[in-house]
Write a protein of this length. Structure first.
Length: 366
């Protein structure tokens, strides 16, 4: 490492917590292959369990996407629900278009508006490949527009978080309108198939779950490679002292913009995988509290660790599924309690438990 690099980011130090990401990604890849095999063979867990695992995997992928921009670049986004919704709504439009071509009848929410055909912006969405490309392009362009405007003006900290939250809220208000062609308040539902396979079939459920797990594995493993590279070191330098980095002649705008757009695209792909598994999407996915909850997953697991962000999303989501079925009124209080515990006792998240206990032991604290 050069002397300039030493000044810029300090000497190279091992990063054991990020080092666990490739191992976790490998385990996830094996799990994903196992789920796909179980679905093809008709054995294994029930469709309900497979569906639940698939949903949680998309949440883990969403948390890793946010950790890239927040944990490593130090840019807190409270608007990742926007990109998640872009992927979700576009794949929902694809499934609506496929059903319309098969039946010739528009969905109920369009019939309610008196429409006998789909709006022009559904053109081409019968193709899954085109829809997939559109998810990446639309999410990337939306992120670029937001990021370029904010980063070029050097908007940072809480101000950037507020801006991203405002965009989510505006999108939510837009989607609540019935005349947008996206289902309004009730959202879009009634999906029957994807890629020619019935969504109600257990093999399709297993395929979607396995695809979600493999996507999470690729996201985690790819993010580990990225953050371990020189580009990742530049992100950390931006997080720790962006002004110093600019003083040394580096253009931080494009570095932040690159990881911001990448994070947005990953969030959109997560949304694209999530909606076929839950069978519905409505403006609730754009509610500000969902975007805040994504940040809570990362904070609880440990931001800047990748593995911690993923596990935080998995643990909190699994706990939420369990408690909302048993005691739904208690969940908000339990989540608030977890946040307080992390803020007060574990500022670096749950992965910091071992370090905190070791520190107390050295000090002789019970």
């Amino acid at each position: 490492m050069s002397g300039l690099d030493d000044v810029l980011i300090g000497p190279r130090r091992p990063a054991p917590r990020r080092g666990t990401a490739p191992m976790v990604a490998a385990v996830l890849a094996l799990l994903g292959v196992g789920v796909l095999a179980a679905g093809a063979g008709g054995a294994g867990p029930s469709a309900y369990v497979l569906n639940l695992i698939g949903q949680i995997a998309t949440f883990g992928m969403l948390a890793v996407a946010l950790d890239l921009i927040w944990g490593f670049a130090g840019v807190l986004s409270l608007g990742h629900g926007l990109f998640f919704a872009i992927g979700g709504y576009l794949v929902a439009m694809h499934m609506v278009k496929v059903t319309f071509l098969a039946t010739g009848t528009p969905p109920d929410f369009m019939l309610f508006m008196g429409w006998d055909r789909l709006p022009f912006y559904y053109a081409g969405l019968e193709s899954f490949a085109y829809t997939s490309v559109l998810v990446v392009v639309v999410a990337g362009l939306a992120a670029f527009a937001i990021g370029y405007t904010a980063f070029r003006s050097r908007v940072a900290g809480v101000y950037f978080a507020i801006i991203t939250q405002a965009f989510v809220y505006v999108a939510m208000l837009l989607m609540f309108r019935n005349d947008t062609g996206f289902g309004g308040n009730n959202g879009m539902t009634g999906f029957t198939e994807i890629l020619g396979q019935p969504l109600a079939d257990r093999r399709t459920v297993a395929w979607l779950s396995g695809a979600s797990i493999l996507a999470a594995a690729l996201t985690l493993g790819g993010s580990a490679l990225l953050t371990g590279s020189r580009f990742g070191h530049m992100l950390i330098a931006i997080r720790d002292d962006e002004a110093r980095l600019r003083f040394l002649g580096h253009d931080t705008l494009w570095i932040k913009l690159t990881v911001w757009c990448l994070s947005a695209v990953l969030a959109a792909i997560a949304g694209m995988l999530y909606v076929p598994q839950v069978g519905i999407i409505n403006p609730r996915v754009l509610a500000p509290d969902l975007s805040i909850e994504i940040a809570v997953w990362v904070a609880i697991g440990g931001r800047g660790t990748l593995t911690g962000a993923f596990l935080g999303a998995v643990l909190v989501s699994a706990l939420k599924f369990l408690l909302t079925a048993v005691a739904p009124d208690l969940w908000p209080f339990i989540l608030s309690g977890l946040v307080l515990v992390v803020v007060v006792l574990l500022p670096n998240g749950l992965l910091d438990i071992r370090a905190v206990l070791a520190s107390r032991q050295r000090r002789g604290t019970p």
